[in-house]
Design a protein around this ligand. Structure first.
Ligand code: NAP
Length: 304
């Protein structure tokens, strides 16, 4: 078993990373770094530098911090010769992820910029079905309740927190994985709460007739769907890429997101064995372009 440290013991670390590592035969959770969070029975450090100095036996570090503070932690771990796994989005800017990738290559260690939604149950099958087909149009609806999924996370509405693009980038990570030809942003409209620095909703128009509707204000049923019309039939991915429909009929997948993080950690183990990198920035490029091109609306103030 390979020793791994988790950094940033917040919601996603507790919900997904700790259970996935604990149930894996490849990994042993050997330390954490968190100011407030703890995992029972696991040694904790408050600063990553203290972990790196005290535990040279731990060769792999998985960072579950928000994007803005993640860069400094990733640099410290890579400089200390550790393999690094990044939560999505891999950085607050494109340049910083390029810098991390260069550092990992120079150090000869793994950098894995993970995209958990790409590991959803039906994404690989959707990619196969779409390959060789012509996209005639598509629509993405990613609408969720920020109070339910990001309770009290003020960082998400701070500059660099990305607002509704924090979940929206999951849709874009699937899109960039399954499309036979890359799409680009043509225009965008972003709704910023008057008291916040990041959008609470966004509507994107992309090439190939694809549109996206991201909204953090959805109460009741939550929607993580995308549908495509092609030259020979329609494809829909529902439940965040976990359920597949072809021409309106069920065609595979499962109504569960619980396979995603175990798949990420299995991939990380395989990368570390080869000291290889897996860094694809294409979803982050679409988000950056939406911020660059987007028209901005000021909307009602938001409080958790
Ligand atoms: P979270 O609950 O706020 O946890 C993040 C942790 O990072 C905090 O508990 C905090 O732990 C630590 N941290 C260190 N510096 C921080 C800072 N300056 N501001 C805020 N926290 C800081 O966030 P999360 O939901 O786990 O999200 C973390 C990452 O996972 C994000 O990139 C997000 O996109 C991704 N993710 C989240 C979800 C989800 O459903 N929530 C799903 C998939 C992916 P200490 O205070 O103890 O140091």
């Amino acid at each position: 078993m390979r020793k791994i440290a988790l950094v940033g013991i917040g919601k996603i670390a507790q919900d997904q990373h700790v259970p996935s590592i604990s149930s894996s035969s490849e990994w042993r959770l050997s330390a954490t770094v968190s100011r407030h969070g703890r995992v029972d029975g696991v040694e904790n450090f408050v600063q990553i530098e203290d972990l790196l100095a005290a535990r040279p036996d731990i060769g792999v570090v998985s960072l579950c911090l928000p994007p803005v503070p993640r860069f400094a932690a990733a640099c410290a771990a890579l400089r200390a010769g550790r393999h690094v796994m990044l939560e999505k989005p891999p950085g607050a800017t494109i340049a910083e992820v390029h810098a991390l990738h260069d550092l990992a290559l120079a150090q000869g260690v793994t950098l894995f910029a993970s995209w958990h939604s790409r590991a959803a149950q039906a994404v690989a099958a959707a990619k196969v079905w779409l390959s060789g087909r012509e996209i005639r149009g598509g629509h993405i609806i990613w609408r969720e309740d920020v109070r339910k999924w990001h309770p009290g996370q003020d960082w998400i509405f701070a500059a660099g927190g990305m607002g509704v693009f924090d979940p929206g980038i999951n849709a874009l990570s699937i899109l960039t994985e399954i499309l036979p030809q890359p799409a680009r942003v043509l225009s965008a409209e972003l709704d910023f709460p008057a008291n916040r620095q990041a959008p609470i909703a966004a509507r994107l128009s992309l090439s190939q007739g694809i549109s996206a509707d991201f909204d953090f204000r959805q109460e009741g049923p939550q929607t993580w769907d995308m549908e495509f019309e092609t030259d020979s039939g329609t494809l829909a991915l529902r439940m965040g890429g976990n359920v597949l429909e072809i021409n309106g009929q069920p065609a595979g997948g499962q109504m569960s997101i619980m396979g995603e993080y175990p798949a990420l950690y299995a991939h990380m183990a395989e990368l570390v064995a080869r000291s290889a990198c897996d860094v694809d920035l294409s979803p982050l490029v679409l988000v950056a372009d939406a911020f660059m091109l987007g028209r901005r609306n000021s909307v009602k103030e938001f409080e958790f």
